[in-house]
Design a protein around this ligand. Structure first.
Ligand code: NMX
Ligand code: MLT
Length: 436
């Protein structure tokens, strides 16, 4: 069975050759215009980044190396006794563009489990943080501190050839992914169950099976399966989203993967990005409290208007690129539809009913370019139903997941020898001069 590194070694030369051809034969080809609206509008719509693992179509949503979410659910290996995609098979697909065999997936699970313990000084560091510090801040601090053991940084200091960068990057990326469950679970226990010892990592379990166990939900098969699906689906969303883009930018300075991904986590921690999943639950519970037990479409509509008229955004709706309901939202809804016990959950039903009403309200409101739900509209309510109720923690789970895509691109950026990212900026005066 070929390892992930050996498989990458095989596919990298082909991609390097593709890029070499683009550089030498098509460097001057024009693929679009830069408009003033791109510069003053958060670069929306500007095609300006290379990103290998996934491409987002505004109408169809994400494809990972060409595979849609339903394709992935069919072909990517799950855990023994499970049905959902696991992080290892998604990571393999993102990194190599190939569907791993079951044996390859298990081998990767074991490799990650063997590397999963935290260095004692990082344990002490996160244990010393106040429980009132947001879990995302704690995660970012912990990930940055893991750079103490960066093999890329150590090798760079000694002096290595550019063509070798990616192998050290890969080692760091796998070490980081392996350690995320222990770090994220330690933060959870410190904040919500102080004094509870962290169980040991089980070498026979997949990454997220271990994460669930470390969080204290090892016997909760439904939650573990949901976490597996959640983490596989949130893994990558092309390159322009704020967290992935941040990792890419910081990584382009040859900062190691720990520092690059720590920076990405602080982008994910913003309410317009990953923190929206926490915000959705906070907002839906405030709605529930206000409208009481009579949860009608009419009452939800009134609450939506109240939110909009108070100048706030409706969390979980809208998107920078998507112009249809997010297929990740659809996949998570299908997970709920397939489980009768979830039909009884009041929070899951409220989220579902809200998604039936909100698009029409947002259309009438007339501002957002996409009135449909994004993944955050629904990702939290199932966690809540299955017992993971602390929604300030939810973005940490997103943070465990996004490492799969952001770190994949760091490996590829170094394998392809991509340069320092440094776009040209303009002042308003300079922009005016250009158009007059
Ligand atoms: N509720 C109210 N207004 C909205 C919403 C919404 N859900 N979405 C967009 N708008 C407004 C937006 O604030 C902007 O207003 P203004 O002109 O006053 O600045 C206007 O509609 C046009 O925005 P768009 O071009 O449609 O959206 P943009 O690409 O700028 O932003 C989001 C995308 C995702 C930031 C935005 O839709 C939003 O704030 N959504 C709510 C927060 C959210 O769910 N974020 C999670 C995204 C997914 N993720 O996981 O990262
Ligand atoms: C994501 O998964 O990163 C979000 O949907 C935001 C985005 O793609 O811009």
């Amino acid at each position: 069975t070929k390892s992930l590194k050996e498989t990458l070694q095989e596919v990298i030369p082909g991609k390097q050759e593709q890029l070499r051809k683009l550089k030498t034969e098509h460097a001057q080809a024009v693929i679009g215009d830069v408009k003033v609206e791109n510069i003053i509008g958060g670069m929306r719509g500007l095609k300006a980044m290379l990103w290998e693992a996934s491409v987002l179509d505004p109408n169809e949503g994400i494809r990972f190396h060409g595979l849609s979410i339903p394709d992935c659910r069919k072909v990517l290996p799950s855990a023994p006794g499970g049905k959902e995609i696991i992080a290892e098979s998604m990571l393999w697909l993102l990194m190599t563009g190939k569907v791993p065999s079951e044996a390859q997936t298990r081998q990767l699970s074991r490799e990650l489990a063997e590397k999963g313990e935290l260095p004692p000084f990082v344990e002490k560091l996160v244990d010393s943080l106040p429980a009132t510090l947001h879990p995302m801040t704690q995660l970012g601090i912990g990930v940055a501190a893991l750079n103490h053991d960066s093999v890329f940084q150590a090798a760079y200091e000694k002096g290595i050839k550019k063509s070798e960068y990616w192998t050290y990057m890969l080692d760091d990326c796998l070490n980081l992914i392996a350690r995320l469950p222990a770090l994220a679970a330690r933060i959870y226990l410190n904040v919500y169950q102080p004094g509870t010892p962290l169980p040991a990592i089980n070498k026979d379990l997949d990454l997220i099976g271990n994460y669930s166990t470390l969080l204290g939900f090892g016997d909760n098969h439904n939650l573990t399966e949901y976490l597996r699906l959640y983490i596989a689906l949130h893994g990558d969303h092309e390159g322009g989203n704020a967290s992935a883009h941040t990792a890419h930018l910081v990584g382009s300075t040859l900062s190691d993967p720990y520092l690059s991904y720590s920076a990405a986590l602080f982008a994910l921690a913003g309410p317009l990005h990953g923190l929206a999943n926490q915000e959705v639950l906070r907002w839906q519970f405030a709605m529930q409290e206000e409208i009481g037990s009579d949860v009608s479409h009419e009452k939800i509509k009134e609450y939506l208007w109240k939110t909009l008229k108070s100048g706030q955004v409706v969390p979980g709706y809208g998107h920078g690129v998507l112009r249809n309901p997010d297929p990740r939202f659809i996949a998570l809804q299908e997970f709920c539809d397939a489980r009768p016990e979830l039909h009884e959950s009041s929070i899951i039903q409220l989220v579902k009913k809200t998604s039936e009403v909100a698009p029409a309200v947002l259309k009438e409101h007339g501002k957002t370019k996409n009135p449909y739900p994004n993944v955050d509209a629904t990702s939290g309510c199932v966690l809540y139903h299955y017992g993971l109720k602390e929604f300030k923690y939810y973005t940490v789970i997103f943070g465990v997941s996004r490492a799969l895509g952001a770190l994949t691109q760091l490996v590829w950026a170094r394998a392809l020898g991509l340069p320092l990212e440094r776009p040209k900026s303009l002042s308003i005066d300079a922009l005016e001069k250009l158009i007059t």
